[in-house]
Write a protein that binds this ligand. Structure first.
Ligand code: ZN
Length: 257
C-alpha cells in the first residue's frame, strides 16, 4: 500500500523546508488501507454516476483533521471536492487530483464482489482500486500527513477529488476549470496521467484530464497488475523521506475482471 501514498507525498514534500518530522509509516500504511477499502466499497460507477457518498466520506475525514473542504457540483449527486493546505505563498500551489467515479462493472466476471474491497494474498480486489481510488487515497493521505506533521509548506497543496472523469468531465474537471478555476489554480498538477506544468491555465488543466493513461474501456482498469505499472512521475520526483523497512514487501491491488 505504501506505493499508493509515496508519490503524492513526495510531490508535496519536494518543495518543503527540509526539517519535516519523520512520518510513522506503519500507522500511515494501516490508515491508508482503511481509507482505500472504504472508498472502494462505495459504488461510484458511471453510468449512472453518483460520487456524493465518496465525497462525503472524504469530507468528513478531512474536516475531522481541521482541513477545510468545499464541494462544487454541477449536478447535486455528482460533486467535486476541493481541500487546501495553506503554504506561506512563496510559490504557486501544487494540485493533486484523483477521480472518485469508476467505470461500470459486470459482477459475474469477478472473483470477489467488485465493491467488497476484499483482501486476498496481498491484493485488494475491487472496481476503482487502480483507477482511481488509489490516487484519491494517496492525495487524502498526503494532506492528512502534511497537516499532522505540521510540515512547513512554501506553496499551497490542493486536493481535487474530481467527479465524472470516466465520461462526464463536463461536471468534473471541465466544470471546475470553467467555473471554479481560482479554487484549483496551481503551478503544477499531478494526476493519474502524470504531471503538467500549468503555463496556460485552463488549457493545461484540461489536458491533464485528457492525458490519462487509462482508457474508457470498462475492461481496461481491471486488467492491470500494478506491480507492472511504473508511474512516470515517481522517477522524476526527489524523495526526501526515507521509506520504511517494510517497503519491499509485495503489495498492490488487482481487480479481477
Ligand atoms: Zn482514471
Amino acid at each position: 500500500m505504501r506505493r499508493l501514498i509515496l508519490l503524492p507525498i513526495a510531490v508535496a514534500t519536494a518543495t518543503l523546508a527540509a526539517q519535516a518530522p519523520q512520518p510513522d509509516w506503519s500507522a500511515i500504511e494501516a490508515e491508508t488501507l482503511t481509507h482505500f477499502q472504504a472508498l472502494v466499497k462505495i459504488n461510484t460507477t458511471d453510468p449512472p454516476g453518483g460520487e456524493r457518498p465518496a465525497v462525503e466520506y472524504l469530507k468528513q475525514v478531512l474536516e475531522r483533521e481541521g482541513i477545510p473542504t468545499q464541494a462544487f457540483a454541477l449536478e447535486d449527486h455528482r460533486p467535486n471536492l476541493v481541500a487546501r493546505l495553506k503554504g506561506n505563498g512563496r510559490k504557486r500551489p501544487v494540485l493533486i487530483m484523483g477521480h472518485t467515479d469508476t467505470v461500470n462493472v459486470d459482477e459475474k466476471k469477478w472473483t470477489f464482489p467488485p465493491f467488497s474491497a476484499a483482501r486476498d494474498s496481498g491484493y485488494i480486489y475491487g472496481r476503482g482500486t487502480i483507477d482511481d481510488k488509489d490516487n484519491v487515497t494517496g492525495a487524502l493521505m498526503t494532506l492528512l500527513t502534511l497537516k499532522r506533521l505540521k510540515v512547513p509548506l512554501d506553496r499551497d497543496v490542493i486536493f481535487l477529488a474530481e467527479a465524472g472523469e470516466e465520461g462526464a468531465s463536463r461536471l468534473g474537471v471541465q466544470f471546475m476549470a470553467e467555473q471554479h478555476f481560482a479554487d484549483i489554480d496551481a503551478e503544477y498538477c499531478f494526476a493519474e496521467g502524470g504531471k503538467r506544468h500549468a503555463r496556460e491555465r485552463r488549457a493545461e488543466v484540461r489536458r491533464d484530464s485528457d492525458a490519462r493513461e487509462d482508457s474508457r474501456d470498462p475492461s481496461s482498469s481491471s486488467r492491470t497488475d500494478p506491480r507492472a505499472t511504473p508511474r512516470s512521475r515517481s522517477r522524476a520526483t526527489p524523495w526526501p523521506i526515507s521509506p520504511p523497512p517494510s517497503g519491499r514487501r509485495r503489495r498492490g491491488s488487482r481487480p479481477s475482471g
